[in-house]
Design a protein around this ligand. Structure first.
Ligand SMILES: Cc1ncc(COP(=O)(O)O)c(C=O)c1O
Length: 451
């Protein structure tokens, strides 16, 4: 690898970074991460910090998970690639599907469709949802409903159900027939309602209203994250997702749980749907399925939905969808090893404990730092601070101030992520108590410096 001078001179020069303005990446060169071990990352200058971001919500088991590394290396030796398009398969995908079936059995999900990441999983679920209705003779069910503030990746389908203008406006026109419901976001909502339970009921009423307006017979699916992640970590009241499930079932609308972040333990439960006691019809997974070590994902399919496809005798259930890397054997081997380690380490237990510690710590920070408008968390290791310029008016924070919090926190020992007005925490689920405290101390330093 080239030396640090070369890397710094060429940083962002010949590549564009996702989710960044190319000119901004040149003006504010990104941190060059060159190493990772345990829950820590090291940059090109040798500065080591606790990774409060967990890669990108995906490195749940940290950077030193040897069984996954070994499985990837062994699979590269044995069979580095073969397609599973019609007519061929491989040993790793077959075994993985059985293990995923066992893992997701409590969610009622019994079939897997492999993808190469979260956006692919969302696209796959949206497409299968439309096809499901066509097979059943309801070809008019083509629309999708979703939540404002929701994040569902960046393919055209995912961007169309996405509930944040930042990911939509530059790429419009998007898919027709996608409609959005207010999110159960107590800090800011069109109802001015701060009580989570009452807000959940209002959002559910808005969903009913939209279904009546569109006509249930035109709607294929409702897609939601059990806890909204990238939109700023918004945990709904416990009545919300069960309410959505009931409404969808009553109207023949499929419920897609986008669990690209929440599957595999992050919420303190094995899945976000299980966290709320809901069984979805389709579930999107990716990210932590391989601990982020290999781009891979799976859409999990409920038994009843699978039955419609498998029982079709008209040919309509032939799946005209899939990726060159659907069922990549190296990804499947990584996922097998990752699932084994995830179960062996029983990660939801630590995610819940460390999540509670961080949530309490963030609430304590709020008492000392005026710029913290809202603290969100309380469900495992997904937490956010919403920063404001003024607490009373909730005026948005100056972007530069949020940036200063992040920079100083980094200098003080923790990588945290700034997304709009939010500081988002999504550390590895194997975080220790001491390392959680490092994150809190670093944030305290950041907030003090920027305040
Ligand atoms: C809920 C959710 N869905 C989909 C995606 C898109 O996944 P990917 O970036 O792997 O395409 C993400 C990414 O953060 C996500 O959080």
């Amino acid at each position: 690898m080239k030396d640090s001078n070369f890397l710094k001179e060429h940083n962002a020069r010949s590549l564009w970074h996702p989710m960044a303005h190319p000119a901004d990446s040149l003006a504010n060169p990104p941190t060059i991460v060159t190493g990772g071990a345990g829950v820590r990352i090291t940059d090109v200058d040798g500065h080591e910090v606790v990774d409060g971001v967990g890669g990108l919500w995906n490195v749940n088991l940290g950077y030193s998970c040897q069984p996954i590394k070994d499985a990837i290396a062994a699979q590269l030796e044995q069979l580095p690639y073969y397609s599973i398009f019609r007519g061929t398969s491989n040993d790793a995908v077959i075994q993985l599907a059985e293990e995923l079936r066992d893992f997701f059995e409590p969610d009622g999900l019994t079939r897997a469709f492999y993808t190469s990441g979260g956006s692919d999983s969302v696209e796959t679920a949206l497409r299968l949802a439309r096809q499901y209705h066509k097979i059943r003779g309801e070809a008019g069910r083509v629309k999708f409903l979703s939540l404002k503030k929701g994040y569902h990746g960046t393919h055209f389908g995912g961007a169309s159900v996405n509930g944040n203008a930042n990911f939509r406006s530059a790429y419009e026109p998007l898919l027709a027939g996608c409609h959005h419901i207010p999110a159960p976001y107590t800090y800011r909502n069109p109802f001015n309602e701060t009580d989570p339970e009452r807000l959940a009921q209002l959002c559910l009423a808005a969903l009913e209203d939209e279904i009546a307006f569109q006509g249930a017979g035109t709607i294929a699916a409702f897609i939601m994250e059990p806890i909204l992640g990238a939109g700023g970590v918004i945990p709904p009241h416990e009545s919300f997702m069960p309410g959505v499930r009931e409404i969808c079932s009553r109207h023949g609308i499929l419920l897609i749980a986008d669990e690209v972040i929440t599957a595999f333990g992050r919420t303190g439960s094995w899945t976000g749907s299980r966290h709320w006691g809901v069984q979805p019809d389709l579930m999107c997974t990716a990210k932590a399925i391989t601990n982020g070590y290999f781009p891979f994902g799976a859409v999990m399919i409920a038994e009843a939905v699978a039955g419609v496809f498998e029982g079709d005798e008209t040919g309509k259930a032939a799946i005209g969808h899939g990726y060159t890397y659907s069922g990549h054997p190296v990804g499947a081997a990584a996922a097998l090893a990752c699932l084994g380690e995830t179960l062996r380490q029983n990660v939801p237990v630590n995610a819940a404990a460390r999540g509670a510690q961080l949530y309490d710590g963030l609430l304590a920070l709020q008492t000392r730092h005026e710029m913290i408008g809202d603290v969100r968390g309380g469900h495992g290791l997904m937490l956010a601070l919403e920063l404001v310029g003024d607490r009373d008016s909730k005026a948005p924070i100056d972007k530069a101030v949020a940036g200063r919090v992040q920079e100083e926190a980094y200098r003080s020992g923790a990588m945290v992520r700034v997304s709009g007005p939010n500081i988002i925490l999504s550390p590895p689920l194997v975080l220790s108590e001491a390392d959680a405290q490092v994150i809190l101390d670093a944030l305290e330093a950041g907030l003090t410096a920027a305040g």
